[in-house]
Write a protein that binds this ligand. Structure first.
Ligand SMILES: [Zn+2]
Length: 373
Protein backbone atom coordinates (compact mmCIF):
# COMPACT_ATOMS: atom_id res chain seq x y z
CA UNK A 1 0.00 0.00 0.00
CA UNK A 2 1.23 3.46 -0.84
CA UNK A 3 1.81 6.02 1.87
CA UNK A 4 -1.43 7.32 3.37
CA UNK A 5 -1.92 11.04 2.69
CA UNK A 6 -0.95 13.36 5.54
CA UNK A 7 -4.26 15.21 5.11
CA UNK A 8 -6.09 11.93 5.77
CA UNK A 9 -4.11 11.41 9.00
CA UNK A 10 -4.96 14.98 9.96
CA UNK A 11 -8.67 14.62 9.23
CA UNK A 12 -9.44 11.32 10.95
CA UNK A 13 -10.85 11.51 14.50
CA UNK A 14 -8.16 10.78 17.08
CA UNK A 15 -7.33 10.65 20.79
CA UNK A 16 -4.32 11.92 22.72
CA UNK A 17 -4.19 10.02 26.01
CA UNK A 18 -0.66 10.96 27.00
CA UNK A 19 0.01 14.68 26.85
CA UNK A 20 1.65 16.85 29.51
CA UNK A 21 0.20 20.30 30.11
CA UNK A 22 3.54 21.86 31.07
CA UNK A 23 5.27 20.28 28.08
CA UNK A 24 2.68 21.31 25.52
CA UNK A 25 2.28 25.08 25.67
CA UNK A 26 2.84 27.20 22.57
CA UNK A 27 6.30 28.78 22.48
CA UNK A 28 4.70 32.19 21.77
CA UNK A 29 2.53 31.79 24.87
CA UNK A 30 5.53 30.86 27.00
CA UNK A 31 7.29 34.06 25.88
CA UNK A 32 4.19 36.25 26.24
CA UNK A 33 3.39 34.98 29.74
CA UNK A 34 7.02 35.49 30.79
CA UNK A 35 7.04 39.07 29.48
CA UNK A 36 3.74 39.92 31.20
CA UNK A 37 5.03 38.53 34.49
CA UNK A 38 8.61 39.88 34.24
CA UNK A 39 10.04 36.38 34.33
CA UNK A 40 13.53 36.12 32.83
CA UNK A 41 13.93 33.67 29.93
CA UNK A 42 17.23 32.85 28.18
CA UNK A 43 15.69 34.39 25.01
CA UNK A 44 12.41 36.03 24.00
CA UNK A 45 12.76 35.06 20.36
CA UNK A 46 10.86 31.81 19.60
CA UNK A 47 13.44 30.11 17.39
CA UNK A 48 16.36 31.09 19.61
CA UNK A 49 14.53 29.94 22.75
CA UNK A 50 13.72 26.60 21.11
CA UNK A 51 17.37 26.21 20.23
CA UNK A 52 18.60 27.04 23.73
CA UNK A 53 16.15 24.62 25.34
CA UNK A 54 16.96 21.94 22.73
CA UNK A 55 13.29 21.69 21.84
CA UNK A 56 12.70 18.93 19.33
CA UNK A 57 16.31 17.81 19.70
CA UNK A 58 17.83 14.59 21.00
CA UNK A 59 18.63 14.59 24.71
CA UNK A 60 21.26 12.59 26.52
CA UNK A 61 18.60 10.91 28.66
CA UNK A 62 15.14 11.35 30.17
CA UNK A 63 16.44 13.54 32.99
CA UNK A 64 17.95 16.03 30.54
CA UNK A 65 14.69 16.08 28.53
CA UNK A 66 12.70 16.76 31.72
CA UNK A 67 14.81 19.85 32.54
CA UNK A 68 12.96 21.80 29.83
CA UNK A 69 9.92 21.70 32.09
CA UNK A 70 11.78 23.88 34.63
CA UNK A 71 11.42 26.74 32.15
CA UNK A 72 7.77 26.19 31.18
CA UNK A 73 6.75 25.83 34.83
CA UNK A 74 8.22 29.28 35.59
CA UNK A 75 5.23 30.91 33.89
CA UNK A 76 2.53 28.43 34.95
CA UNK A 77 2.05 29.78 38.45
CA UNK A 78 -1.28 31.60 38.30
CA UNK A 79 -4.86 30.78 37.36
CA UNK A 80 -4.92 32.72 34.10
CA UNK A 81 -1.74 31.10 32.79
CA UNK A 82 -3.02 27.61 33.62
CA UNK A 83 -6.45 28.22 32.08
CA UNK A 84 -4.97 29.73 28.92
CA UNK A 85 -2.44 26.92 28.50
CA UNK A 86 -5.08 24.22 29.00
CA UNK A 87 -7.42 25.94 26.52
CA UNK A 88 -4.72 26.35 23.88
CA UNK A 89 -3.56 22.75 24.24
CA UNK A 90 -7.13 21.52 23.70
CA UNK A 91 -7.57 24.01 20.85
CA UNK A 92 -4.43 22.79 19.08
CA UNK A 93 -5.63 19.21 19.51
CA UNK A 94 -9.15 20.02 18.25
CA UNK A 95 -7.74 21.77 15.18
CA UNK A 96 -6.13 18.50 14.08
CA UNK A 97 -9.37 16.58 14.70
CA UNK A 98 -8.45 15.12 18.03
CA UNK A 99 -11.82 14.35 19.62
CA UNK A 100 -10.67 13.38 23.11
CA UNK A 101 -7.60 14.29 25.20
CA UNK A 102 -6.40 13.40 28.67
CA UNK A 103 -4.18 16.20 29.94
CA UNK A 104 -1.71 15.34 32.69
CA UNK A 105 0.44 17.40 35.03
CA UNK A 106 1.69 17.47 38.60
CA UNK A 107 -0.14 20.25 40.47
CA UNK A 108 2.74 20.60 42.96
CA UNK A 109 4.83 22.21 40.23
CA UNK A 110 2.39 25.12 40.02
CA UNK A 111 2.44 26.25 43.64
CA UNK A 112 5.47 28.59 43.61
CA UNK A 113 3.20 31.62 44.07
CA UNK A 114 0.98 29.92 46.60
CA UNK A 115 -1.89 28.56 44.48
CA UNK A 116 -3.83 25.87 46.32
CA UNK A 117 -4.12 22.40 44.76
CA UNK A 118 -7.91 22.65 44.17
CA UNK A 119 -7.53 26.05 42.49
CA UNK A 120 -4.92 24.59 40.15
CA UNK A 121 -7.20 21.70 39.13
CA UNK A 122 -10.13 24.10 38.67
CA UNK A 123 -8.04 26.49 36.56
CA UNK A 124 -7.05 23.69 34.18
CA UNK A 125 -10.66 22.46 34.11
CA UNK A 126 -11.84 25.97 33.17
CA UNK A 127 -9.53 26.02 30.13
CA UNK A 128 -10.63 22.57 28.99
CA UNK A 129 -14.30 23.55 29.41
CA UNK A 130 -13.77 26.63 27.22
CA UNK A 131 -12.30 24.40 24.50
CA UNK A 132 -15.23 21.98 24.81
CA UNK A 133 -17.69 24.85 24.33
CA UNK A 134 -15.82 26.22 21.32
CA UNK A 135 -14.73 23.01 19.56
CA UNK A 136 -16.68 20.17 21.18
CA UNK A 137 -13.43 18.45 22.17
CA UNK A 138 -13.91 16.04 25.08
CA UNK A 139 -11.24 15.88 27.75
CA UNK A 140 -10.21 14.81 31.22
CA UNK A 141 -7.34 15.52 33.57
CA UNK A 142 -4.79 13.04 34.90
CA UNK A 143 -3.06 14.05 38.12
CA UNK A 144 0.62 13.07 38.16
CA UNK A 145 2.63 12.10 41.20
CA UNK A 146 6.40 12.29 40.77
CA UNK A 147 8.72 9.34 41.34
CA UNK A 148 11.44 11.27 43.17
CA UNK A 149 9.09 12.81 45.74
CA UNK A 150 8.20 11.04 49.02
CA UNK A 151 5.40 8.42 48.94
CA UNK A 152 3.38 10.55 51.36
CA UNK A 153 3.33 13.32 48.78
CA UNK A 154 1.96 10.89 46.20
CA UNK A 155 -0.76 9.91 48.65
CA UNK A 156 -1.79 13.58 49.05
CA UNK A 157 -2.00 13.85 45.25
CA UNK A 158 -4.01 10.63 45.08
CA UNK A 159 -6.48 12.16 47.55
CA UNK A 160 -6.68 15.27 45.38
CA UNK A 161 -7.35 13.16 42.27
CA UNK A 162 -10.12 11.23 44.04
CA UNK A 163 -11.67 14.44 45.38
CA UNK A 164 -11.98 15.67 41.79
CA UNK A 165 -13.13 12.36 40.33
CA UNK A 166 -16.12 13.05 38.04
CA UNK A 167 -15.30 16.75 38.42
CA UNK A 168 -12.69 16.92 35.72
CA UNK A 169 -10.19 14.29 36.86
CA UNK A 170 -10.26 10.90 35.13
CA UNK A 171 -7.02 9.32 36.29
CA UNK A 172 -3.81 9.22 38.32
CA UNK A 173 -0.25 8.81 37.02
CA UNK A 174 3.35 8.47 38.15
CA UNK A 175 5.89 10.48 36.17
CA UNK A 176 9.47 11.72 36.49
CA UNK A 177 12.91 10.13 36.42
CA UNK A 178 12.55 6.33 36.39
CA UNK A 179 16.09 5.31 37.36
CA UNK A 180 16.57 4.87 41.14
CA UNK A 181 12.93 5.84 41.72
CA UNK A 182 10.93 2.58 41.68
CA UNK A 183 7.15 2.76 41.31
CA UNK A 184 6.61 0.34 44.21
CA UNK A 185 7.51 3.15 46.66
CA UNK A 186 4.24 4.80 45.63
CA UNK A 187 2.06 1.69 45.94
CA UNK A 188 0.00 3.16 48.78
CA UNK A 189 -1.10 6.11 46.66
CA UNK A 190 -2.15 3.74 43.87
CA UNK A 191 -3.98 1.49 46.33
CA UNK A 192 -5.93 4.53 47.52
CA UNK A 193 -6.81 5.47 43.95
CA UNK A 194 -7.87 1.91 43.13
CA UNK A 195 -10.04 1.56 46.24
CA UNK A 196 -11.80 4.72 45.14
CA UNK A 197 -12.48 3.30 41.67
CA UNK A 198 -10.33 5.81 39.85
CA UNK A 199 -8.26 4.85 36.79
CA UNK A 200 -4.49 4.92 36.78
CA UNK A 201 -1.53 4.83 34.45
CA UNK A 202 2.22 4.77 35.15
CA UNK A 203 5.17 5.99 33.07
CA UNK A 204 7.26 2.82 32.84
CA UNK A 205 9.71 1.08 30.56
CA UNK A 206 10.86 4.39 29.12
CA UNK A 207 14.19 4.93 30.92
CA UNK A 208 14.27 1.60 32.78
CA UNK A 209 13.65 -2.03 31.86
CA UNK A 210 10.70 -4.42 32.20
CA UNK A 211 11.06 -4.58 36.00
CA UNK A 212 9.68 -1.06 36.11
CA UNK A 213 6.67 -2.11 34.02
CA UNK A 214 6.20 -5.18 36.24
CA UNK A 215 5.97 -2.90 39.29
CA UNK A 216 3.57 -0.56 37.53
CA UNK A 217 1.22 -3.46 36.77
CA UNK A 218 1.60 -5.58 39.89
CA UNK A 219 2.48 -3.10 42.67
CA UNK A 220 0.47 -0.15 41.39
CA UNK A 221 -2.22 -1.99 39.39
CA UNK A 222 -1.95 0.49 36.54
CA UNK A 223 -4.74 0.25 33.94
CA UNK A 224 -2.44 1.58 31.23
CA UNK A 225 1.31 1.95 30.75
CA UNK A 226 2.96 5.18 29.66
CA UNK A 227 5.46 4.28 26.89
CA UNK A 228 6.34 0.64 27.72
CA UNK A 229 9.15 0.94 25.20
CA UNK A 230 11.29 -1.71 26.89
CA UNK A 231 8.47 -4.22 27.38
CA UNK A 232 9.86 -6.24 24.46
CA UNK A 233 12.74 -7.30 26.70
CA UNK A 234 10.46 -9.61 28.68
CA UNK A 235 8.22 -11.89 26.64
CA UNK A 236 6.39 -13.24 29.66
CA UNK A 237 5.31 -9.79 30.84
CA UNK A 238 4.53 -8.83 27.25
CA UNK A 239 2.06 -11.71 27.06
CA UNK A 240 0.49 -10.81 30.40
CA UNK A 241 -0.07 -7.25 29.23
CA UNK A 242 -1.45 -8.51 25.94
CA UNK A 243 -3.73 -11.07 27.59
CA UNK A 244 -5.17 -8.45 29.93
CA UNK A 245 -5.53 -5.91 27.12
CA UNK A 246 -3.52 -3.32 29.08
CA UNK A 247 -2.96 -0.44 26.65
CA UNK A 248 0.42 1.13 25.98
CA UNK A 249 0.58 4.89 25.49
CA UNK A 250 3.23 5.11 22.78
CA UNK A 251 4.92 8.45 22.04
CA UNK A 252 7.29 7.85 19.12
CA UNK A 253 9.16 11.11 18.71
CA UNK A 254 9.57 11.61 22.43
CA UNK A 255 11.04 8.09 22.79
CA UNK A 256 13.80 9.02 20.37
CA UNK A 257 14.50 12.32 22.13
CA UNK A 258 14.76 10.79 25.58
CA UNK A 259 17.00 8.01 24.19
CA UNK A 260 14.43 5.31 25.12
CA UNK A 261 15.25 3.99 21.62
CA UNK A 262 18.48 4.70 19.73
CA UNK A 263 16.69 5.32 16.42
CA UNK A 264 13.06 5.51 15.34
CA UNK A 265 13.51 2.47 13.09
CA UNK A 266 14.32 0.45 16.21
CA UNK A 267 11.12 1.42 18.02
CA UNK A 268 9.02 -1.66 18.92
CA UNK A 269 5.70 -0.09 17.75
CA UNK A 270 5.21 -2.41 14.77
CA UNK A 271 6.29 -5.50 16.68
CA UNK A 272 3.80 -4.64 19.43
CA UNK A 273 1.00 -4.11 16.90
CA UNK A 274 1.79 -7.35 15.07
CA UNK A 275 1.80 -9.17 18.39
CA UNK A 276 -1.69 -7.87 19.09
CA UNK A 277 -0.99 -5.45 21.93
CA UNK A 278 -3.42 -2.61 22.44
CA UNK A 279 -1.44 0.40 21.25
CA UNK A 280 -2.33 4.09 21.33
CA UNK A 281 -0.40 6.91 19.65
CA UNK A 282 0.18 10.11 21.60
CA UNK A 283 2.21 13.33 21.57
CA UNK A 284 3.68 13.33 25.12
CA UNK A 285 4.75 16.99 24.79
CA UNK A 286 3.68 19.18 21.90
CA UNK A 287 6.24 21.85 22.77
CA UNK A 288 9.15 19.97 24.32
CA UNK A 289 9.04 17.25 21.67
CA UNK A 290 7.98 19.69 18.95
CA UNK A 291 5.26 17.43 17.61
CA UNK A 292 1.57 17.08 16.83
CA UNK A 293 -0.68 14.05 16.81
CA UNK A 294 -0.80 14.11 13.02
CA UNK A 295 2.98 14.11 12.96
CA UNK A 296 3.12 11.07 15.24
CA UNK A 297 0.73 9.20 12.90
CA UNK A 298 2.72 10.36 9.89
CA UNK A 299 5.96 9.17 11.46
CA UNK A 300 4.44 5.79 12.31
CA UNK A 301 3.20 5.39 8.72
CA UNK A 302 6.49 6.48 7.16
CA UNK A 303 8.77 4.38 9.29
CA UNK A 304 6.64 1.27 9.71
CA UNK A 305 4.61 1.43 6.46
CA UNK A 306 1.31 1.10 8.32
CA UNK A 307 -1.70 0.10 6.27
CA UNK A 308 -5.10 1.79 6.30
CA UNK A 309 -6.41 -0.96 8.60
CA UNK A 310 -3.50 -0.57 11.00
CA UNK A 311 -4.12 3.17 11.25
CA UNK A 312 -7.80 2.51 11.88
CA UNK A 313 -6.86 0.08 14.60
CA UNK A 314 -4.63 2.68 16.29
CA UNK A 315 -7.52 5.14 16.26
CA UNK A 316 -10.00 2.59 17.61
CA UNK A 317 -7.57 1.41 20.29
CA UNK A 318 -7.10 5.04 21.35
CA UNK A 319 -10.82 5.45 22.01
CA UNK A 320 -11.09 2.00 23.57
CA UNK A 321 -8.28 2.86 26.00
CA UNK A 322 -9.74 6.21 27.09
CA UNK A 323 -10.53 6.67 30.77
CA UNK A 324 -14.17 7.22 29.86
CA UNK A 325 -17.20 5.31 31.17
CA UNK A 326 -17.82 2.27 28.96
CA UNK A 327 -21.39 3.20 28.09
CA UNK A 328 -20.34 6.67 26.94
CA UNK A 329 -17.37 5.23 25.12
CA UNK A 330 -19.67 2.96 23.14
CA UNK A 331 -21.66 5.96 21.94
CA UNK A 332 -18.51 7.91 21.09
CA UNK A 333 -17.09 4.91 19.26
CA UNK A 334 -20.12 4.70 16.95
CA UNK A 335 -19.73 8.37 15.99
CA UNK A 336 -15.99 7.97 15.54
CA UNK A 337 -16.35 4.96 13.25
CA UNK A 338 -18.93 6.81 11.14
CA UNK A 339 -16.65 9.79 10.88
CA UNK A 340 -13.65 7.60 10.06
CA UNK A 341 -15.66 6.08 7.25
CA UNK A 342 -16.65 9.49 5.87
CA UNK A 343 -13.06 10.75 5.93
CA UNK A 344 -11.91 7.52 4.27
CA UNK A 345 -14.44 7.99 1.46
CA UNK A 346 -13.23 11.55 0.93
CA UNK A 347 -9.73 10.20 0.30
CA UNK A 348 -10.90 7.12 -1.61
CA UNK A 349 -9.53 4.77 1.04
CA UNK A 350 -11.11 1.60 2.30
CA UNK A 351 -10.37 -1.45 4.39
CA UNK A 352 -8.33 -4.20 2.83
CA UNK A 353 -9.69 -6.81 5.23
CA UNK A 354 -13.41 -5.89 5.23
CA UNK A 355 -13.89 -7.31 1.71
CA UNK A 356 -13.05 -10.76 3.04
CA UNK A 357 -15.78 -10.41 5.65
CA UNK A 358 -13.25 -11.04 8.36
CA UNK A 359 -11.96 -8.31 10.61
CA UNK A 360 -9.13 -9.54 12.79
CA UNK A 361 -9.82 -6.96 15.42
CA UNK A 362 -13.60 -6.72 15.24
CA UNK A 363 -13.22 -2.99 14.64
CA UNK A 364 -16.32 -2.80 12.47
CA UNK A 365 -18.55 -4.30 15.10
CA UNK A 366 -17.63 -2.32 18.17
CA UNK A 367 -20.73 -2.00 20.32
CA UNK A 368 -22.39 -5.15 19.00
CA UNK A 369 -19.50 -7.45 19.76
CA UNK A 370 -20.22 -9.25 23.04
CA UNK A 371 -16.48 -9.50 23.65
CA UNK A 372 -14.80 -6.41 22.21
CA UNK A 373 -11.07 -7.01 22.44
ZN1 LIG B 1 4.95 11.43 29.62
Amino acid sequence: MNQLPEAFLHDIPKTDLHVHLDGSMRIETLIELARERNIPLPSYEPLRLKEILNIGGIHENLESYLRVFDTTCLVLQDEDALTRTAFELAEDAALENCRYIEVRYCPLLHQKNGLSLPVIVESVAAGLRMAKRKYGIMSGQIICALRHLPPQTSLRLAELAVAFKNKGVVGFDLAGGEINNPAERHAEAFAYVRKNNLNSTVHAGEAYGPRSIHQAIHECNAHRIGHGTRLRENGDLLNYINDHRIPLEVCLKSNVQTAAVDAIENHPLKFYMDFGLRITLNTDNRLVTDTTLTEEYKLACQVFHLTYDEVKRLVVDGFKSAFMPFRKKREVMRLVLDEFEQVSQKYGLKSEVATTGVSRYAIDRVGEDPMPD
